[in-house]
Design a protein around this ligand. Structure first.
Ligand code: TYD
Length: 138
């Protein structure tokens, strides 16, 4: 599955709305880890790397931010500002998070435990990895 916005279930209710995510149902992976990014000072960016294996779903639970994703050939920017949309990012994608609004809260569901050796921090290493694994990464 390619990088794409996933519409999550949304129960509109005068008492307050409700959304949810089920692993291997709304997202194509089992959730091994959840983390969240918050209290981001104005103008700061997060990410700026790729993962060899990790897949993610990123949801703006509160506020808004932009995600710039790059498969080595095409760069796309997704603006997240609704808690019922998630951006699915498969493995092997360079990403950066930016333009965080005040009090924004980013929830990230990950397919792996934290593993530092899964990170690629150098953009040229990333491009080489994409070239060497044409069939692995769609
Ligand atoms: P990092 O993934 O580099 O942040 P981002 O890409 O969002 O800017 O993580 C920052 C630090 O937090 C890193 O040094 C290790 C730690 N960390 C964990 O220990 N566990 C985790 O699940 C994550 C995501 C980060």
């Amino acid at each position: 599955m390619k990088t794409q916005i996933i519409s999550l279930p949304k129960y509109d209710d005068p008492r307050g709305n409700l959304s949810f995510i089920e692993e291997e149902n709304h997202i194509p992976f089992k959730i091994e880890r959840t983390y969240w990014i918050y209290d981001v000072p104005g103008g700061q960016t997060r990410g700026g790397h790729a993962f060899k294996e990790q897949q993610e779903l990123i949801v703006a639970l509160s506020g808004s931010f932009d995600l710039v994703v790059d498969d080595g050939q095409v760069k796309q920017t997704f603006s997240l500002n609704r808690s019922y949309y998630g951006l699915y990012i498969p493995s092997g994608i360079w990403r950066q998070m930016q333009n965080f609004s005040t009090n924004s809260l980013a929830l990230i569901l990950s397919s792996t435990h934290y593993n530092e050796s899964d990170y690629i921090y150098d953009y040229n290493d990333f491009l080489n990895m994409r070239r060497q694994n044409e069939t692995k990464y769609e």
